[in-house]
Design a protein around this ligand. Structure first.
Ligand SMILES: Nc1ncnc2c1ncn2[C@@H]1O[C@H](COP(=O)(O)OP(=O)(O)OP(=O)(O)O)[C@@H](O)[C@H]1O
Ligand SMILES: [Mg+2]
Length: 251
């Protein structure tokens, strides 16, 4: 069995009296899709924010390839090979589709530094490849703000692809997509899995989870209540009651 790329232990974060994340332990392994599932407000996005340095943890640790990434800034975590998408996408709306993707490839080697021209060419090649794989080549010159909803979701995925990261944290990347777009998204994800990317997918649509996830971590009120194979987790009536908001049955 391969060692996990990313291991989180006891991650915790409160906001005032709200324990948004309360001792979450989670590991991500190359070539595996882990779905983070749970009701609204369960703490899923906050988990991502703690891993990526967008938020400081009150307690706990996150280890990437055996090294702590706690206390690093978001761009530093990104440079260690962790790419993420946001629930609200956070595109550069006034910039072109191509420049949105190019910005995601940023490395420490700038084009005016020795070796920088080659790095720039590699960034441009990664950008064109990501545009092609997400079906956005014909829209490369359009402004992000002029894209349709599904195209914006794929632009967010193109940014992830171009970053060439080995860990992907995806916050509801398939939400609101129609069936054919969802299939295209599924193909992107499966290809990345084949290439050995460790993927964590926050997803509310349980059909998408069933199709794509190798494992589910079920989160509620900041805690991982269960973790395991999708069929076992989704069959559990207690978890279903929590997920669908029928808490009295769950007690
Ligand atoms: N920056 C913040 N300031 C205050 N409270 C926050 C902040 N971020 C999250 N919370 C609270 O922490 C809890 C967990 O929120 P989080 O966004 O992580 O949930 P989620 O599982 O991603 O939910 P959803 O499925 O709706 O996206 C919620 O009660 C939320 O209101
Ligand atoms: Mg969320």
């Amino acid at each position: 069995m391969t060692a996990p790329l990313l291991i989180c232990e006891g991650l915790s974060r409160s906001f005032g009296g709200v324990k948004a994340v309360a001792g979450v332990s989670l590991s991500l392994t190359a070539g595996m899709v882990t779905a983070l599932v749970g009701p609204n407000g369960a703490g899923k996005t906050t988990c991502f924010n703690l891993i990526t340095g967008n938020l400081r943890a009150d307690a706990g640790k996150a280890m990437l390839r055996g090294q702590s990434i706690m206390g690093l800034k978001p761009h530093q975590v990104a440079r260690q090979g962790v790419a993420r998408s946001f629930q609200d996408l956070r595109l550069f709306t006034h910039m072109s589709v191509r420049d949105n993707v190019l910005a995601a490839t940023e490395t420490s080697a700038w084009f005016w530094q020795p070796g920088g021209a080659a790095a720039r060419r590699a960034r441009e090649a990664a950008t064109e490849e990501a545009l092609a794989r997400t079906g956005l080549t014909a829209l490369a010159e359009a402004r992000a703000m002029d894209l349709a909803y599904a195209e914006r979701k794929f632009l967010s995925m193109a940014r992830i692809l171009a970053a060439r990261a080995d860990i992907w944290l995806l916050d509801e990347p398939a939400s609101g997509l129609d069936l054919s777009s969802r299939r295209r998204f599924g193909e992107l994800l499966k290809e990345a899995r084949r290439q050995g990317v460790a993927i964590c997918l926050i997803e509310h649509n349980l059909d998408v989870v069933t199709e794509l996830a190798d494992r589910i971590a079920f989160l509620d009120q900041g805690k991982v209540l269960a973790e395991g194979e999708p069929e076992a987790i989704l069959r559990d009536p207690k978890l279903a009651a929590i997920y669908f908001g029928d808490r009295e049955d769950a007690a």
